[in-house]
Design a protein. Structure first.
Length: 338
């Protein structure tokens, strides 16, 4: 028998991610101690690591390419990421491959545990370390949450209240939506003429070619509204001032995702026999448009991630004001006419 002190294990506190060093708490792989590894048996598929966080520390959200388990052996803290939950001594946290997870500790007793993997490769065996701070996945998730919140807005309520079941009401709605639809064309042209990088230019060209003239599918005279116009101009200015990743986030992750949700919902509420060209075309195209270019988000770092989260929050807020104005104008006109 023998007793092995935790202090004899190698301690890792940072890992390199691109040009950044990220703090990960105090991490002690069992395989760093020769006699411990001999005892466990080198051929065993299981890997063990002692992990700890002191009060005020965080192990930022990340993912692994293998299933993982954390047995909390001391203290308490918060699991963050795909699941947010308080954890304490005795809890067993199961973390499937690819799940975004991290830990924070706000308590004086700290948080300690044993991390276990089952498939022959531990998290800290290789040079690359089996850990990814996948900020693009987290950005997409954050954006999706913002979109979900927007689905409760008056603009989306119009559909639930049956705007598409009455031809005249639908026409009124489309006339107001057309103000935005025309502006959207200008936004895409502004993006096009401000992009030089061929990777982005190719993508943006492919997109604009599928959008040109869609505003013309909405019948009626061109109207003007100060709120829709100025909110639309916010997007125009962003196309002229932002970098390509930012333009991608605004146009695809926000505007097109919103378009996808809108057209899909509208089609659901519309009388199927009366699904007009505008709706069926966009319900078909916008799902693809919402995901266009997500591979170009690539390996954004933590700083970009924070900036892009702020940007998408702002874009959703402006879009919400704009589309709620479309709803407000429509309701006012319907109340006057009917
Ligand atoms: Fe982890
Ligand atoms: Fe689209």
């Amino acid at each position: 028998m023998q007793v092995i002190s935790i202090d004899t294990l190698k301690t890792i506190t940072h890992i390199q991610q691109g040009d950044q060093e990220v703090y990960i708490g105090q991490v002690r792989p069992f395989h760093s101690n020769e006699s411990l590894m001999k005892y466990i048996n080198h051929s065993s598929q299981a890997r063990f690591t002692h992990v700890s966080l002191a009060q005020g520390e965080e192990h930022k959200p990340h993912m692994h390419d293998t299933n993982s388990m954390l047995i909390v052996t001391e203290g308490k803290g918060a699991l963050i990421g795909d699941l947010s939950k308080e954890v304490k001594k005795g809890d067993i946290v199961c973390i499937p491959k690819g799940a975004v997870h991290g830990f924070q500790c706000h308590y004086p007793e700290g948080l300690e545990g044993i991390s276990i993997q089952f498939e022959g490769e531990g998290l800290f065996d290789s040079e690359e370390k089996n850990i990814r701070f996948d900020y693009s996945k987290r950005l997409l998730q954050h954006n999706m949450d913002l979109c979900k919140a927007f689905e409760l807005s008056p603009f989306f309520q119009l559909m639930e209240e049956g705007i598409f079941n009455d031809a005249d009401k639908k026409t009124t709605f489309y006339q107001n939506l057309k103000i935005w639809s025309e502006k959207f064309q200008d936004i895409l042209f502004a993006r096009q003429c401000s992009t030089i990088d061929p990777k982005f230019k190719t993508l943006f060209t492919e997109h604009i070619l599928e959008e040109i003239g869609h505003d013309k599918l909405l019948k009626g005279k061109t109207k003007w509204d100060p709120i829709i116009d100025s909110c639309g101009d916010w997007f125009m200015v962003k196309m002229l001032q932002s970098d390509n990743i930012e333009k991608l986030v605004i146009t695809h992750m926000v505007l097109e995702l919103c378009g996808d949700v809108f057209h899909t919902k509208a089609l659901k509420f519309a009388d199927q026999s009366d699904a007009d060209d505008y709706l069926s075309l966009h319900a078909h195209l916008d799902e693809g448009h919402a995901h266009m270019g997500s591979e170009l988000l690539g390996h954004i770092n933590e700083k970009q991630f924070d900036g892009l989260c702020d940007l998408s929050e702002r874009a959703w807020k402006i879009l919400e004001i704009l589309l709620n104005r479309v709803a407000e104008l429509t309701v006012a006109e319907i109340n006057k006419k009917f």
